[in-house]
Design a protein. Sequence first.
Length: 209
Amino acid sequence: MARVSQAHLDARRRQILDGAARCFARNGFHATSMQDVLREAGLSAGAVYRYFSSKEELIEAIADEAFSTIRTAFAEAVRETPPPLPDVILGRVIRQVYEGPAGTSEGDRPAFPRLILQVWAETLRNERLSATLHEGYATLRATWIEVVESYRKAGLVRPDAPADDLARVLIGTVQGFIAQQALFGEVDIEVLQRGLRALMSMDVGDRSS
């Protein structure tokens, strides 16, 4: 029997994940059956179950991919000295996630935000997925804190700026942007970037009173 190449195995796994992501984004996690995934991916049950034994494993793999893409995008940003400003970093990260392996399907950009909402909801009942999400969130916070410290050294933020508070707010900004896209329709990433630039340009003056 001919040996199956790693490239073939990777392509088959990709095919399954893409099919599952389309199903979850379109119909929701609980309304999607493994049979739906089989039909969407165009594969037999044996081919799919060789890689994933359940819907839970599929959505965990999709979440892992999204966080891996985000970590890579941030790692590239923090290597710059000083790092790009938040509007640049967030725009870059969102684009890489949307356009990467865990991103959109069939050119449907709002599909990814809908999929992310499914992942978030599933963490409320899936302990393994919740652990993945918490680990990813902790990594993002630590990375943003590192970025804020670099801003501080470059004189871009006040010396007393609370790094962890800024990290949480910036993560929350992305989460809110994704939720808006999922619930209310597609919003250009440039909207987020322009809004952040406007906030960063505010002159607060003397706020001591």
